[in-house]
Design a protein. Structure first.
Length: 266
């Protein structure tokens, strides 16, 4: 069951907000913790030829020059990325502060809740669409966050990146959206599709699914400028009890529960 509660905080004063949210939940709840982009960093690497245990121990030192967290304070995990048979195997590495994460986990355990998983947003978005043999591009924009662009195929994440400079796209008027303010987004989408086809040697993206404010207008503009099969992400695929605004704000929780699990997500 998805319980929708929101608690705001400013700066580093997150602990009282988390305590308030946890105290409102029934004791013994099973929780999935989804980290927002501000609380982790993602990098892509050639996959080292190491065992699983060796890989997790080596990752902090492999990424130390690519992230802003000191290697002594890094906790890292990774997923394999599909590549063409002739290419070097690659991994997508998620990095967070171990000291910060320990404090957060401590808040959960002290509240009497059971923490099941900790996952970054970007590894969950693919659950918002049904797996298909053809490639689907997901374009997700939450207010004040950069646009997330992903390409998934057969339920596997092939490509993921966030834009720069489009975090306030939700503030554009209809007139602005129709008269040039989407040019940068269109360029980012085209570059992503070109990379998917030319570098990853994949067939063209067939569908684009949008989850964002003013998605209907954006869909119309993209279709008019040559992007085919552009549609608003259907809530019915994941949770038709939510309206569009609720889906925009709650999609990470919806995604982590989408396989049919009945636990709660925060």
């Amino acid at each position: 069951m998805l319980l929708r509660r929101q608690t705001d905080f400013t700066g580093a004063d997150w602990q009282p907000a988390v305590r308030a949210m946890l105290s409102a939940m029934p004791t013994g709840s099973h929780l999935h913790l989804v980290l927002a982009p501000d609380f982790y960093q993602l990098v892509q690497l050639d996959k080292p030829e190491l065992s699983e245990d060796e890989m997790l121990q080596a990752l902090p030192w492999q990424v130390k020059d690519l992230v802003s967290i000191s290697p002594e304070d890094i906790i890292a995990d990774y997923i394999d990325l599909p590549v063409h048979s002739a290419q070097q195997a690659k991994i997508n590495v998620v990095v967070a502060s171990l000291s910060w994460l320990k404090l957060l986990v401590q808040q959960v355990t002290q509240s009497g809740q059971q923490l099941l998983t900790i996952q970054p947003e970007e590894w969950l978005a693919l659950r918002l669409v049904k797996p298909t043999a053809s490639a689907t591009m997901l374009v997700i924009h939450q207010p004040e966050q950069e646009v997330l662009i992903q390409i998934v195929r057969e339920g596997v994440l092939y490509f993921s990146r966030r834009t720069r400079g489009l975090g306030r796209m939700h503030l554009y008027s209809e007139s602005e959206l129709r008269n040039g303010e989407l040019d940068r987004l269109q360029l980012e989408l085209q570059r992503s599709m070109d990379y998917f086809e030319s570098q990853l040697k994949q067939p063209p993206v067939r569908d684009i699914r949008l989850l964002m404010p003013n998605a209907e207008i954006v869909t119309e503009v993209l279709a008019q400028t040559g992007f085919s099969r552009v549609e608003v992400l259907s809530n019915a695929v994941v949770d038709n009890s939510l309206n569009t605004q609720q889906m925009i704000s709650s999609w990470p929780a919806v995604a982590v529960l989408s396989p049919g699990r009945a636990e709660q997500a925060v």
